[in-house]
Design a protein around this ligand. Structure first.
Ligand code: NAD
Length: 356
């Protein structure tokens, strides 16, 4: 098969980790007989420098015309003084909006070899952590009506939490479909004891669940969910939740995995086009020094193969290669521990290719 991929490498360590991602994908293409055709476009700080804006129309057009989008990271101190709507990070929100990406998938997987890096007690993670947080990405209070007004308590500010039936329905279906390919267990997280928007959310989840009798469904209030994640992390499979709850819980879950340099993510919409990126930022403090961990970006490439192209075996091949390299004791600086062999970004990419 031939796939067209738009590449927004971005700033800081973005281009370094992306280079290794592309090398791994090319090796997979050779091994399984696929061709990946890349179009490199600018987004973030480098686009501001060249075009005066973080997300040029050309970038949006190329991404829309592609089968999938790979993103490195954007941002850096050079652009920190620009006003909010001109900053590099606008490229992320702009692309998600332009591509209609409403589902954010953030897996939190604890590799056996990195168990020591997990801040939880060993007995709590003995059975292995493998959680997929499915977060609604384009609704809720981040996008609701907001403003300021005078009240009898003085000036007040508000951000409205609003969800429509359609918004909840589509994210719930995404979660159930993913659960079907995993351990067939969805945990819905809301706050329906207090919030009207959560009551609507819960009723839609229950309705959608009727179409998935093979998937187990349970519910947690968000405050309880944040406790249960720490007390019994190994019992979760897929978590589905709204934008703000998902923002917080996915960060909490990610901390169990050892380093931000290990965490991939996917943003999906109605069709197969998705955007795949590491969770970390552009890490200006280590950019250009061959110190970055490319695994988060390489695992994002594996997610692209799985979710946009349906290439399960190819994706598993990358995930297994990462596990093998870690089992053999190779580590980048961020996940380094005593007795292990420290390697740079390029060497880590090379080792993963050798182990495909
Ligand atoms: P960051 O994720 O870039 O870095 C936080 C810390 O983690 C740093 O010490 C960094 O060296 C380390 N780190 C991050 N990724 C690593 C990797 N792959 N390997 C090894 N170490 C890694 O977050 P920050 O410092 O708060 O932000 C830096 C810039 O990135 C800012 O401009 C911020 O706005 C931007 N940012 C972009 C994204 C994105 O593009 N998706 C996400 C978060 C932050």
């Amino acid at each position: 098969m031939n796939y067209k991929i738009a590449v927004v490498a971005g700033d800081g360590i973005g281009p370094e980790v992306m280079e290794q991602n592309i090398a791994v994908l090319n090796a997979i293409g050779e091994k399984f007989g696929h061709t990946f055709e890349y179009t490199y476009v600018l987004g973030g700080g480098c686009a501001i420098d060249k075009y005066g804006e973080p997300l040029p129309q050309e970038t949006i057009d190329v991404c829309k015309a592609s089968d999938s989008v790979l993103l490195g990271a954007v941002g850096g101190w050079q652009w920190d003084t620009l006003p909010g709507d001109k900053r590099p990070e606008r490229a992320l929100l702009g692309l998600r909006g332009a591509l209609g990406l409403y589902a954010n998938l953030r897996p939190a997987t604890l590799h056996d070899a990195l168990k020591d890096a997990c801040p939880l007690k060993p007995e709590l993670v003995a059975d292995g952590v493998d959680i997929m947080v499915v977060r609604e990405l384009t609704g809720g209070m981040y996008f609701g009506e907001k403003g300021r007004k005078m009240t009898d308590m003085g000036e007040a500010a508000y951000d409205v939490e609003q969800y429509s039936v359609k918004e909840v329905e589509r994210i719930t279906r995404t979660a159930f479909e993913i659960a079907r390919k995993r351990n067939k267990h969805v945990t819905n997280v809301d706050k329906q004891n207090v919030l009207e928007s959560s009551r609507l959310w819960r009723s839609v989840v229950l309705e959608v669940a009727k179409d998935y009798p093979d998937v187990e469904l349970d519910h947690l209030y968000v405050d309880n969910a944040s406790m249960q994640l720490i007390m019994r992390p190994t019992t979760f499979d897929v978590i589905v939740t709204g934008n703000i709850f998902g923002d917080i819980l996915s960060d909490e879950a990610s901390q169990m995995t050892g380093s931000i340099g290990m965490l991939p993510s996917a943003s999906l919409g109605e069709g197969t086009l998705g955007m795949y990126e590491p969770v970390h930022g552009s890490a200006p403090d280590i950019a250009g020094k061959d110190l970055a961990n490319p695994i988060a970006t390489i695992l994002s490439g594996a997610m692209m193969l799985k979710y946009s192209f349906g290439l399960q075996e190819e994706a598993k091949c990358i995930e297994d290669a990462v596990t093998k390299v870690l089992d053999k004791g190779y580590r980048t600086g961020d996940i380094m521990s005593e007795g292990m062999k420290q390697v740079g970004c390029k060497e880590m990419g090379k080792l993963i290719i050798e182990n495909l």
